[in-house]
Design a protein around this ligand. Sequence first.
Ligand SMILES: [Zn+2]
Length: 308
Amino acid sequence: MKKIIILLLISSIFCGCGSIEPYDSRLSVYTSFYAVYDFARQIGGDRVNVKCMVPNGAEPHDYEPSVRVMAGLEGADIFIYNGLGMESFAESIKESVEGDILFVEASQGCDVLYGYEEEHDEDEDGHSGHDGTADPHVWLSPANAVIEAENICSAFCTKDPENSDYYKKNLEIFRRKAEELDNEYKKCLSPFRGESIIVSHGAYGYLCGRYGLLQSAAEGMGGSGDPSPRRIRDIYRYIKENNITCIFYEGLTGSRTAAAISEDLGIRLYPIYSYEGLTEEQEKKGLDYFGVMHETLVSLTEGLEGEK
Ligand SMILES: [Zn+2]
């Protein structure tokens, strides 16, 4: 009998079915999608156990968590999400999940942009479509990324005051890196102030706003779906009127629209990254927010230099 029990114990340890997991005394943190996951990891270091709900490569704008993910969330200490409509599932989670979970809307305190999406578009009635929809992509401005990191840090300090010095030290490192990134962006993009860029996924309103560029998006804020024929016509006209010679597509997902426009008009294609996930290559290189933002800056600079 003893033998059987031992065998059962051994097989349950090695079967990998997850029934026996080593006890982890660290804060259990659930994050919605990649950007907030990375910020939480950078602030929490080895003192927190951070999980990301939206799998890498999945589209966060329309993601719905599975029952299993929701069950895992019930045991968490903190749930961090970006907010501003980025995660349509966040509100329903707030209402349905039980347990002593601290909900952190990381974008709290950022200056929000509204309704840029249809800037160059008009609907059938001739309305210019400033509909007041919040642009959720705040993290693509380094100054806003710091605000998100600050909100995450203060949540960690609240739930785990013993390690607050550690979290605050990591926040200072994050802040310094963000300042360096901001200075690099300012330096590289200053020759192009006032210029327009065409992007596939309309995620770059905050980035463009900070560095004096104008964004025109082919596919709008959600980053998926084909644009209307009217939108395409407007984009073509906009490219010709502004002598635009390149289009920036979403490097993580690719863009059929951007590829088609590039082929039709013979303009160049450059990848940029909204940091809603990592490409395989970025993952191999071990890039974080700062590394990926640097790749976007290199592409922006190369593309814009070609316009001169
Ligand atoms: Zn997006």
